[in-house]
Design a protein. Structure first.
Length: 229
């Protein structure tokens, strides 16, 4: 059983973030559970890499003195699995916003999909989605996007180490990606659709690994809470 000292000295907790929870909500749920259990006024706690509300999977959460490890953990290679839906784009590149453009997909073959996936391997230039938490002029991009403002976003270099197509049932394409810090899988979906002479958006996403940490060893925030009681 973990003690108050364990959490204050530093724990690395692996959480499987539920669908529609924000990463902040998951961290908060743990924070309140730990404070309540040990009657603590405050405890340092934070996560090593945000997951969008529509994504599930691995959140690495650090407590106490281990919050110092967050920058190092954020820099580690990540693995994701998920689904691209071809033939339609959305402003946010995922299902957070409604479809605003549709494209033909009749010309797309499984061979073409696998060939295009190989084009993204290695170091690529990627433009982050306008609906993201990055800041410009002190405001988060998604705030500017919701206000309908035009935003000029600079591309950044990211690295795709592995890109495997695991199922093709058009319009859906399942994938597994291993990538560097700072990679947006939503942007990858958008660019993937373009490269196929169509359009695409991200319709499902799960983070399976961060460095050596695996979601198979993670627990849900609610189970964590129960384990403390």
């Amino acid at each position: 059983m973990k003690t108050k000292e364990d959490f204050l000295n530093g724990e690395i907790l692996l959480i499987d973030k539920p669908l529609e929870w924000s990463s902040f909500q998951a961290v908060n749920a743990l924070k309140w559970a730990i404070r309540k259990k040990f009657n603590l006024k405050k405890i340092k706690i934070g996560h090593a890499g945000t997951l969008d509300p529509l994504a599930t999977g691995l959140l690495v959460i650090c407590t106490g003195k281990f919050t110092k490890k967050i920058p190092e953990l954020q820099g580690q290679v990540k693995e994701y699995t998920g689904t691209f839906t071809l033939g339609a784009t959305t402003p946010s590149y995922d299902l957070e916003t409604e479809v605003h453009q549709t494209f033909p997909i009749d010309h797309i073959t499984e061979a073409a999909i696998k060939k295009v996936a190989n084009q993204f391997l290695g170091e690529i230039d990627q433009v982050p989605p306008v609906f993201s938490a990055l800041k410009k002029d002190g405001k988060r991009l998604y705030e500017l996007a919701r206000e309908g403002k035009e935003v000029d976003i600079k591309s950044r270099k990211v690295e795709i180490l592995e890109f495997e197509i695991t199922r093709v049932t058009l319009p859906e394409v399942d994938f597994r990606v291993v990538c560097s810090k700072g990679t947006y899988i939503r942007s990858l979906a958008h660019d993937f659709g373009k490269a196929l002479g169509s359009g695409a958006h991200l319709s499902a996403l799960r983070r399976t690994k961060i460095g050596d940490f695996n979601v198979n060893n993670a627990t849900s925030p609610l189970v964590f809470k129960e384990s403390l009681e």
